[in-house]
Design a binder for this molecule. Sequence first.
Ligand SMILES: Cc1cc2nc3c(=O)[nH]c(=O)nc-3n(C[C@H](O)[C@H](O)[C@H](O)COP(=O)(O)OP(=O)(O)OC[C@H]3O[C@@H](n4cnc5c(N)ncnc54)[C@H](O)[C@@H]3O)c2cc1C
Ligand SMILES: NC(=O)c1ccc[n+]([C@@H]2O[C@H](COP(=O)([O-])OP(=O)(O)OC[C@H]3O[C@@H](n4cnc5c(N)ncnc54)[C@H](OP(=O)(O)O)[C@@H]3O)[C@@H](O)[C@H]2O)c1
Length: 446
Amino acid sequence: MVRVAIVGSGPAGIYAAAALTKAGHAEVDVLDRLPCPFGLVRYGVAPDHPKIKSIAAALHKVLDEPSVRFLGNVAVGTDVSIAELHEHYDAIIFANGAAIDRRLGIPGEDFAGSISATDFVNWYNGHPDAPIDKYALDARTVAVIGVGNVAVDVARVLAKTSDELRITDVPGHVLDVLAASRIEDIHVLGRRGPVQAKWTTHELRELGELANADIVVRQDELVLDDASTEHLAADAGARRNFEALQAWAERPLEGKPRRVHLRFLLRPAELVGDTAVEGVRLVRTELDGTGSARDTDAGCLLDTQLVVRSVGYRGVAIPGLPFDEQKGTVPHLGGRVLRDGVPVPGEYVAGWIKRGPTGVVGTNKHDANETVDSLLADSLLADGLPAAIERDRDGLPALLRTRGVTVVTWQGWASIEQAERDLGAASGREREKIADRQALLRAAGH
Ligand SMILES: Cc1cc2nc3c(=O)[nH]c(=O)nc-3n(C[C@H](O)[C@H](O)[C@H](O)COP(=O)(O)OP(=O)(O)OC[C@H]3O[C@@H](n4cnc5c(N)ncnc54)[C@H](O)[C@@H]3O)c2cc1C
Ligand SMILES: NC(=O)c1ccc[n+]([C@@H]2O[C@H](COP(=O)([O-])OP(=O)(O)OC[C@H]3O[C@@H](n4cnc5c(N)ncnc54)[C@H](OP(=O)(O)O)[C@@H]3O)[C@@H](O)[C@H]2O)c1
């Protein structure tokens, strides 16, 4: 029997637990710094994407296995150290994701009114770290920087009415702010051309179905260079994206109350203002024939009081774990953590902290399987895994109790789920998320 601690209950952590369970001789504890499981499936995936959110049901089944325990509200590196985990487990899999935003590195980035998509997504998804009263949405024009799927999520949520989101589980305070939103124009800004955008077709086309917003695309920004043309010929997804953009460029606007402008070849150079954003200075770029873009002498100022920076996520170092500052990931070989370039027996990584913040939920399954294969191969070697000193299964929970850490168990999570259904029922909704950490702990019975 191998005793494994998995740090993080997002898709990567839970797929790793599933692979270990399938292998049949592992006892697994899945730890999460939050009281609730499922990582970005609960706190990243947009609330109006119920099909993807329902992946949580499959993840739930894994945590329901008798050989798997959920220990929520336990932050590794703060509540318990990696060295202490080694005393209680034969192996640790770090699947702690990428919790913070990449920086733009331009002047004015920290002005009031400049927010990261990471924070904004956390807020509308009821993440316990997101202050409840953070946003007012009283700007008429918003700039969303970046043209990936997160930027599309942000633009769509901003463009929808609160009534369209009432059928989801978003917290009540979020619905209140969206209902009072004065936003009319949402500019989604790509620094390269339309073919280089990172969004996927399904997500892009969904924008065209918004009840409350027209999509605006400028024909003169649908520019192709040789690399773009070659890319379109080779990639059916990119072709479909481009066709959708062309159709919008040719379609007359319907006069809906809001507009989502999909803009290209505009590099944000500076957020203008004193202490709060008053505009974004944009440099017009041109494609250089290789798929990259270079600055031209032209540019413009976009008047806006709200900027959402959606330029990617970034991993956070856990004290005691090697970390590549440049990539924001943990160095590894086949999922084995590398310390000074050498694989460390008993330490593994999976998911976004292993390969960086890209890929959909399903991508993490193959990724976690590779990691678990490495772990199981090591467990067969005589000197493959360091023996755990303390084999009592209550060892870690007992240590946490002595520290006053409130551990949310699987039963505690069931109570939170019930409390969220009860809260929803009170306002005629199927479920409403509880965002406040203390309220979550109370709902879990603490
Ligand atoms: C905004 C957004 C929307 C997305 N929408 C979709 C979508 O619609 N469809 C799709 O297929 N994919 C989507 N994705 C991608 C998908 O969510 C990721 O591929 C996936 O969640 C990554 O899994 P992970 O387990 O590596 O990380 P996460 O899901 O981030 O899980 C990491 C977990 O580790 C925990 N943790 C972190 N640090 C610690 C610590 N020190 N101690 C204990 N626990 C810790 C975190 O609380 C978290 O629960 C989206 C991503 C984002 C950012
Ligand atoms: N529905 C879904 O399936 C869904 C939803 C959300 C997220 N996800 C997945 O989650 C992952 C993360 O998504 P993401 O949108 O955060 O990241 P992403 O796909 O990497 O997109 C980041 C965007 O930011 C731009 N960017 C980066 N640095 C910039 C800078 N300095 N100035 C201007 N623009 C800059 C990038 O442009 P360049 O290309 O020019 O660098 C790119 O357009 C992706 O794999 C995504 O598919 C999936």
